[in-house]
Design a protein around this ligand. Sequence first.
Ligand SMILES: *Cc1c(COP(=O)(O)O)cnc(C)c1O
Length: 481
Amino acid sequence: MAEIKFYNGQKIPLELHKARIVQKLHLVPIERRLEALYEGGFNTFRLNTSDVFLDMLTDSGTNAMSDNQLAAMMQADDAYAGSQSFIRLQKAVEDVLGKKYYLPVHQGRAAENIISNVYVKKGNIVPMNYHFTTAMAHITQYGGSMAELLYDEAYVVDSSHPFKGNMHIEKLEELIQQQPGNIPFIRMEASTNLIGGQPFSLQNLRDVRAIADKYKIKLVLDASLIGENAYLILKREPEFKSSSIGEIIKKMTELADLVYFSARKLSSSRGGGICTNNHALYKEMETLVPLFEGFLTYGGISIREIEAMTVGLYETLDETVISQSPSFIEYLVNALHEKGVPVIRPAGVLGAHIDAMQVCAHIPQTQYPAGALAAALFLVSGIRGMERGSISNQRDEQGNETYADMELVRLAVPRRVFTLSQIKYVEDRMTWLYQNRHLIGGLKFVYEPPVLRFFMGGLEPTSDWPQQLMAQFRKDFGDSL
Ligand SMILES: *Cc1c(COP(=O)(O)O)cnc(C)c1O
């Protein structure tokens, strides 16, 4: 697809779709937003959308559906077993992901539960480019642990490296030699979610495959964000500059023994799945689907969503569809960077990631700088981002805090949801907050759940900093919302 150039020379992402159904948003006064923060324990997961203006919490299940997806939902074949809708989905999985055997699950983490249940034994180590929260929770639930093997470049905030999600090949081989028989599979995440949605290259995946073959270890691909990883391979890896998205996706999936995904991202619908061409692997996992999810022809997914997933999978192959989210993210990342806001570069997929370690350099990691920044941004804008730092980490077996490598606030850009002026509002309010960053203070836990604490945990500010930030907002913005 050729780039669409503007006569004025600016690099502006252009919406290649039109809005035909819209949803009213709520931009409530800052005084109400402050109340909402106290009610929600300074945790953006616990805010209600009636108080949220731009919901940039996640790209999971929040993407805009196409007219064709909605139309397909009307033709769904509701049946407990043997639904025609499921047969259409199976074909889409084979056509798009190149895998014959497909197990449906209700969302991405359910696939992680089944894979970990079958393959992870106590004491096992799973090498991966980087963990995702739910993948980690399931692997540790079954007694395993993880080794994250990225190159140093991955942790450099402002970088020009095109593939910061690449697996460190030498470290991978070293680990396998040190742990003979103790590695159930190698996990590759297409676009490492937690360190800025950074892609890996196809060459890197080939190198991982070669190691997997050499030591006869399975390769599992988390394909939740595969469409955008494929798009960035097309843009950044010279060997594939003339390939189609579909060809790149197939080249990626054919290197993996098992592919799993969240359809809340891939295909802009809901649901998920595990797929493979290896019948023995399929059989090893098959019985767990009716146990945990539902019958094998729906796996806990509503039949209507199965139809939406089918159409959405085919739409992933369309570059005008898949390019939208990365091009809006690139615009936002570059705009913030120009204003001096420290943000992960190069732009990746699923959102812009702000480096709270720099913005809130005055807040120690023990007081959760990323959680504080996410709360402060909501207060001054109504924009709901997500903490991706130490609050999202889990305590070790002794109950000690494990501080995150990076303290990030992720501003997700759901696919085809926001307009350019909304993105400019994000840039504007974040820039103001950056200039007033000295007013942001720390947080402390008042309620800490033992598992996945970031979802429902409750915190409070360590001082009256939210009130002071609000006073500065009123001074600079007058009676503006
Ligand atoms: C979102 C996500 C998951 C989990 O998917 P859910 O559908 O939210 O359970 C797993 N892996 C990656 C890379 C993700 O982005």
